[in-house]
Write a protein that binds this ligand. Structure first.
Ligand code: URA
Length: 189
Protein backbone atom coordinates (compact mmCIF):
# COMPACT_ATOMS: atom_id res chain seq x y z
CA UNK A 1 0.00 0.00 0.00
CA UNK A 2 1.39 3.43 -0.92
CA UNK A 3 1.97 6.15 1.67
CA UNK A 4 -0.91 8.32 0.47
CA UNK A 5 -3.32 5.40 0.78
CA UNK A 6 -2.21 4.68 4.34
CA UNK A 7 -2.61 8.32 5.34
CA UNK A 8 -6.05 8.49 3.75
CA UNK A 9 -7.18 5.33 5.58
CA UNK A 10 -6.18 6.80 8.93
CA UNK A 11 -7.83 10.11 8.11
CA UNK A 12 -11.02 8.39 6.92
CA UNK A 13 -11.24 6.59 10.27
CA UNK A 14 -11.17 9.99 12.03
CA UNK A 15 -13.85 11.31 9.68
CA UNK A 16 -16.07 8.30 10.40
CA UNK A 17 -15.76 8.94 14.14
CA UNK A 18 -16.36 12.70 13.84
CA UNK A 19 -19.18 14.28 15.85
CA UNK A 20 -17.88 17.86 15.71
CA UNK A 21 -21.05 19.33 14.23
CA UNK A 22 -24.74 18.57 13.99
CA UNK A 23 -24.41 17.00 10.56
CA UNK A 24 -23.28 13.75 12.18
CA UNK A 25 -26.77 13.29 13.62
CA UNK A 26 -28.54 13.11 10.27
CA UNK A 27 -25.89 11.38 8.14
CA UNK A 28 -26.26 7.79 6.92
CA UNK A 29 -22.54 7.50 6.16
CA UNK A 30 -19.66 9.92 6.14
CA UNK A 31 -18.47 10.57 2.60
CA UNK A 32 -14.69 10.75 2.47
CA UNK A 33 -13.49 10.47 -1.13
CA UNK A 34 -12.91 8.03 -3.96
CA UNK A 35 -10.37 7.46 -6.67
CA UNK A 36 -6.62 6.98 -6.80
CA UNK A 37 -5.00 7.91 -3.50
CA UNK A 38 -2.04 9.53 -5.27
CA UNK A 39 -4.02 10.98 -8.18
CA UNK A 40 -2.61 13.92 -10.15
CA UNK A 41 -6.03 15.56 -10.41
CA UNK A 42 -8.39 16.21 -7.50
CA UNK A 43 -11.94 17.38 -8.11
CA UNK A 44 -13.30 19.17 -5.08
CA UNK A 45 -17.05 19.43 -4.51
CA UNK A 46 -19.10 21.03 -1.78
CA UNK A 47 -20.85 18.30 0.26
CA UNK A 48 -22.47 14.91 -0.29
CA UNK A 49 -26.04 14.82 -1.57
CA UNK A 50 -28.73 12.20 -0.96
CA UNK A 51 -27.34 9.25 -2.95
CA UNK A 52 -23.78 9.98 -1.82
CA UNK A 53 -24.90 9.88 1.81
CA UNK A 54 -26.65 6.53 1.33
CA UNK A 55 -23.67 4.96 -0.45
CA UNK A 56 -20.91 6.70 1.51
CA UNK A 57 -19.24 7.85 -1.73
CA UNK A 58 -18.96 11.29 -3.32
CA UNK A 59 -20.56 12.17 -6.65
CA UNK A 60 -22.56 8.99 -7.21
CA UNK A 61 -25.98 10.65 -7.64
CA UNK A 62 -27.32 12.61 -10.59
CA UNK A 63 -24.80 15.40 -10.09
CA UNK A 64 -22.03 12.80 -10.06
CA UNK A 65 -23.28 11.39 -13.35
CA UNK A 66 -23.05 14.87 -14.84
CA UNK A 67 -19.51 15.20 -13.50
CA UNK A 68 -18.55 11.86 -15.10
CA UNK A 69 -20.03 13.10 -18.38
CA UNK A 70 -18.06 16.36 -18.16
CA UNK A 71 -14.82 14.45 -17.48
CA UNK A 72 -15.45 12.21 -20.50
CA UNK A 73 -16.08 15.23 -22.73
CA UNK A 74 -12.81 16.74 -21.50
CA UNK A 75 -10.83 13.50 -22.11
CA UNK A 76 -9.68 13.39 -18.51
CA UNK A 77 -7.99 10.12 -17.55
CA UNK A 78 -10.56 8.93 -15.02
CA UNK A 79 -8.04 6.50 -13.47
CA UNK A 80 -5.92 9.44 -12.37
CA UNK A 81 -8.61 11.41 -10.54
CA UNK A 82 -9.66 11.63 -6.89
CA UNK A 83 -13.12 12.99 -6.02
CA UNK A 84 -13.78 14.61 -2.64
CA UNK A 85 -15.79 17.31 -0.89
CA UNK A 86 -15.21 20.20 1.50
CA UNK A 87 -17.77 18.80 3.96
CA UNK A 88 -17.92 15.07 4.69
CA UNK A 89 -21.55 14.71 5.83
CA UNK A 90 -24.72 15.55 3.92
CA UNK A 91 -26.41 18.77 5.05
CA UNK A 92 -30.17 18.21 5.59
CA UNK A 93 -32.26 18.84 2.45
CA UNK A 94 -28.97 19.20 0.58
CA UNK A 95 -28.65 22.82 1.72
CA UNK A 96 -25.37 24.71 1.45
CA UNK A 97 -23.12 23.89 4.45
CA UNK A 98 -22.86 26.68 7.03
CA UNK A 99 -19.60 28.52 7.65
CA UNK A 100 -19.25 26.67 10.97
CA UNK A 101 -19.75 23.27 9.36
CA UNK A 102 -17.15 24.09 6.75
CA UNK A 103 -14.75 25.29 9.42
CA UNK A 104 -15.23 22.17 11.55
CA UNK A 105 -14.41 19.97 8.57
CA UNK A 106 -11.52 22.06 7.27
CA UNK A 107 -8.70 20.20 9.00
CA UNK A 108 -9.81 17.02 7.19
CA UNK A 109 -9.75 18.82 3.86
CA UNK A 110 -6.26 20.21 4.44
CA UNK A 111 -4.84 16.81 5.50
CA UNK A 112 -6.61 14.95 2.71
CA UNK A 113 -5.15 17.23 0.02
CA UNK A 114 -1.70 17.02 1.64
CA UNK A 115 -1.87 13.19 1.59
CA UNK A 116 -2.87 13.00 -2.09
CA UNK A 117 -0.53 15.82 -3.14
CA UNK A 118 -2.05 16.31 -6.61
CA UNK A 119 -0.67 18.47 -9.42
CA UNK A 120 -4.01 20.21 -9.95
CA UNK A 121 -7.23 20.74 -8.01
CA UNK A 122 -10.41 21.65 -9.88
CA UNK A 123 -12.75 23.36 -7.42
CA UNK A 124 -16.40 23.12 -8.41
CA UNK A 125 -18.63 25.94 -7.22
CA UNK A 126 -18.21 28.82 -4.79
CA UNK A 127 -17.89 26.90 -1.49
CA UNK A 128 -15.06 24.68 -2.76
CA UNK A 129 -13.29 27.55 -4.51
CA UNK A 130 -13.45 29.80 -1.45
CA UNK A 131 -11.97 27.10 0.74
CA UNK A 132 -8.68 27.20 -1.13
CA UNK A 133 -8.57 30.96 -1.70
CA UNK A 134 -9.89 33.19 1.04
CA UNK A 135 -9.92 36.21 -1.29
CA UNK A 136 -12.19 34.39 -3.66
CA UNK A 137 -15.27 36.52 -4.46
CA UNK A 138 -17.98 35.62 -6.91
CA UNK A 139 -17.47 32.47 -8.92
CA UNK A 140 -18.76 34.09 -12.10
CA UNK A 141 -15.99 36.69 -11.94
CA UNK A 142 -13.15 34.32 -11.11
CA UNK A 143 -14.00 31.16 -13.04
CA UNK A 144 -11.36 30.62 -15.66
CA UNK A 145 -8.65 32.23 -13.51
CA UNK A 146 -5.93 30.23 -11.75
CA UNK A 147 -4.39 30.40 -8.33
CA UNK A 148 -2.07 28.32 -6.19
CA UNK A 149 -2.86 26.54 -2.95
CA UNK A 150 0.25 25.29 -1.14
CA UNK A 151 2.05 24.90 -4.47
CA UNK A 152 -0.86 23.10 -6.16
CA UNK A 153 -2.51 24.76 -9.18
CA UNK A 154 -6.21 25.41 -8.59
CA UNK A 155 -8.71 25.72 -11.44
CA UNK A 156 -12.09 27.04 -10.23
CA UNK A 157 -15.10 26.13 -12.32
CA UNK A 158 -18.88 25.86 -12.10
CA UNK A 159 -20.44 23.10 -10.04
CA UNK A 160 -21.90 20.17 -12.05
CA UNK A 161 -25.25 20.75 -10.25
CA UNK A 162 -25.27 24.24 -11.74
CA UNK A 163 -24.49 22.82 -15.18
CA UNK A 164 -27.59 20.63 -14.85
CA UNK A 165 -29.64 23.79 -14.28
CA UNK A 166 -27.73 25.89 -16.84
CA UNK A 167 -26.60 23.52 -19.64
CA UNK A 168 -25.18 26.46 -21.62
CA UNK A 169 -22.33 26.48 -19.03
CA UNK A 170 -21.30 22.91 -19.89
CA UNK A 171 -18.89 24.01 -22.59
CA UNK A 172 -17.04 26.31 -20.16
CA UNK A 173 -16.66 23.55 -17.57
CA UNK A 174 -15.36 21.16 -20.22
CA UNK A 175 -12.87 23.84 -21.29
CA UNK A 176 -11.70 24.27 -17.66
CA UNK A 177 -11.36 20.51 -17.17
CA UNK A 178 -9.40 20.20 -20.42
CA UNK A 179 -7.01 22.94 -19.33
CA UNK A 180 -6.61 21.35 -15.91
CA UNK A 181 -5.86 18.00 -17.51
CA UNK A 182 -3.35 19.59 -19.90
CA UNK A 183 -1.62 21.09 -16.85
CA UNK A 184 -1.35 17.58 -15.38
CA UNK A 185 0.14 16.27 -18.64
CA UNK A 186 2.65 19.12 -18.77
CA UNK A 187 3.89 18.01 -15.36
CA UNK A 188 5.19 14.79 -16.98
CA UNK A 189 7.40 16.65 -19.49
N1 URA B 1 -22.14 15.16 -4.63
C1 URA B 1 -20.93 15.37 -4.08
O1 URA B 1 -20.27 14.43 -3.66
N2 URA B 1 -20.49 16.65 -4.01
C2 URA B 1 -21.16 17.71 -4.44
O2 URA B 1 -20.68 18.84 -4.33
C3 URA B 1 -22.43 17.46 -5.01
C4 URA B 1 -22.89 16.18 -5.08
Amino acid sequence: MNRAKKKLRTLNASVRACTACELHESRTYTVFGRGRSNADLVILGEAPSTQDDVQGKPFVGRVGQELEHLMRLADVDRENVYLMNVVKCRPPSNRTPTADEVLNCRHFLVKQIAAISPVVIVTTGRVASQQLNENFGSLGALRGQRFAYRGIDVYPTYHPAYVLRAPDKRELVVKDLKQAWRRVERSYE
